[in-house]
Write a protein that binds this ligand. Structure first.
Ligand SMILES: Cc1cc2nc3c(=O)[nH]c(=O)nc-3n(C[C@H](O)[C@H](O)[C@H](O)COP(=O)(O)OP(=O)(O)OC[C@H]3O[C@@H](n4cnc5c(N)ncnc54)[C@H](O)[C@@H]3O)c2cc1C
Length: 409
């Protein structure tokens, strides 16, 4: 027997959880289906941007978020080697933002907070350990999902299905939506190094000629993203763990005594970095948002914020039609129209950074950001507000719709 809801959301990542919460606050019956039993996966980034922080305030979640363990990145600087440094992005210069910094919070804490807020809404259902295995169709219209949960297979019918199932979205493929891939010259390897000492959180990767890594501080360990040229996984593994430990210790001398904790190359997970985008974000009865509509490079740490902003836009535009059970393709197309510019601008900047900085560092051609922007930023420090705005706020930031706003408790 099949069950019914108004909106079925595939995937409980940042896009799915924010969309679920906001629609539920509008009174829409919404079910979020997440295949994992919990949110505790370390294969996720940790950045929460000023626009997302302001959104959490507007949703009445300011105090609960503030209680999460977190560090704050207020600026990003590059050391010049002579004791001086250049500020590349100064978030303190962001006018009108109540939180002018990037909060570094493990993503599972943020998702748990959103889940808890969702559970307070009578029309919100979150089904963990529930994997969507296929789409239901009525001729050319998607009418819901097939799923598998611990009790076995089932069907959930819905007026609208929203694919928030990430960069490898199976739902978009089943709906016949193919992303356009853009060339990417880097990959990332992801592993942990335990650390007792505090290491200042930084959005700027540590660089050396032919080497680069980013380190996210988490409780008791650093989550390392080691960058290398695309297609070099086999070579990296052939070089072996000792060479990797050496690279890490060279870029992060503070970790020289801990790198032996990288036991073997089996502890090092390969991430195939993609930048892609759907031409159409919807088909009849189904909409894609977040990474399912546009996979982002980890460069700049903006994917979470963009996914959240997509969800806010989708909830704002679709809550009314969903409440009246009259969502049309025109409504779905409006979501893409609203979010296309921010997506294109962000992906274009990421591709520029890949070409102009990350790629040349990894191919050993440079070891630092290009001189011209560094000199300009040194001479005119106010310019550091521009990268801060692009990273922290972005194009066309979304605000919480009135129906979702609550006073902080
Ligand atoms: C290693 C790494 C580091 C990153 N670092 C950062 C960073 O520091 N800052 C940043 O902003 N971004 C970062 N990103 C990108 C960021 O994680 C994504 O852009 C963001 O999570 C996208 O959110 P989403 O909700 O669209 O998708 P996801 O976060 O990918 O969520 C998709 C969810 O769908 C679930 N799912 C998938 N298939 C199914 C199914 N069939 N049925 C049910 N559930 C399903 C998944 O389990 C997952 O929970 C990083 C990405 C990676 C891989």
């Amino acid at each position: 027997m099949s069950e019914r809801t108004t909106c079925a959301v595939i995937g409980g990542g940042p896009a799915g959880m924010v969309l679920g919460l906001l629609l539920a606050r509008a009174g829409v019956e919404v079910t979020v289906l997440e295949k994992h039993a919990d949110f505790l996966r370390d294969f996720r980034g940790d950045t929460v941007h000023p626009t997302t922080l302001r959104l959490l305030d507007e949703l009445g979640l300011r105090e609960r978020f503030a209680a999460l363990p977190q560090s704050k990145v207020r600026s990003v600087s590059f050391p010049l080697g002579d004791g001086r440094s250049v500020t590349l992005a100064d978030f303190r210069r962001l006018r009108g933002q109540p939180h002018p910094y990037i909060a570094m919070v493990p993503q599972w804490d943020l998702l748990n907070l959103l889940a808890e807020a969702g559970r307070a809404e009578p029309s919100f259902t979150l089904r963990m350990s529930t994997e969507v295995t296929g789409l239901l169709h009525d001729s050319d219209t998607v009418t819901g999902v097939r799923y598998l949960d611990p009790e076995g297979p089932g069907e959930l019918r819905a007026d609208l299905t929203v694919a928030c199932d990430g960069r490898w979205s199976a739902a978009r493929g089943q709906a016949g939506l193919e992303p356009r891939e853009f060339p990417v010259n880097i990959d990332v390897w992801w592993f942990k190094v335990p650390t007792e000492g505090a290491i200042a959180p930084s959005l700027l990767p540590r660089t050396g000629r032919g080497k680069m890594l980013a380190a996210i501080p988490r409780e008791g360990y650093l989550q390392i993203g080691y960058l290398g040229p695309k297609g070099s996984d086999a070579r990296l593994r052939r070089r072996g763990v000792e060479a990797l430990r050496h690279d890490v210790a060279e870029l992060l001398p503070e970790l020289a005594d801990s790198v032996h904790a990288i036991g073997s190359m089996d502890d090092v997970k390969h991430l195939d970095v993609r930048i892609n985008r759907l031409r159409r974000w919807h088909t009849k009865g189904l909409l894609c948002i977040g990474d399912a509509a546009h996979a982002m490079s980890p460069i700049g740490g903006v994917g979470i914020n963009l996914a959240v902003q997509d969800a806010v836009a989708a909830a704002t535009l679709l809550a009314g039609p969903l409440l009246e059970h009259r969502v049309t393709e025109r409504h779905l197309a409006a979501v893409r129209r609203r979010r296309l510019l921010p997506t294109v601008v962000t992906q274009s900047l990421q591709r520029l950074l890949h070409r102009g900085f990350v790629g040349p560092v990894l191919h050993g051609r440079i070891a630092a950001p290009p001189k011209v922007p560094l000199t300009l930023l040194r001479l005119l420090p106010r310019l550091s507000a521009v990268p801060a705005y692009l990273i922290g706020v972005g194009v066309r930031p979304e605000r919480a719709p009135g129906f979702a706003r609550r006073a902080s408790v």
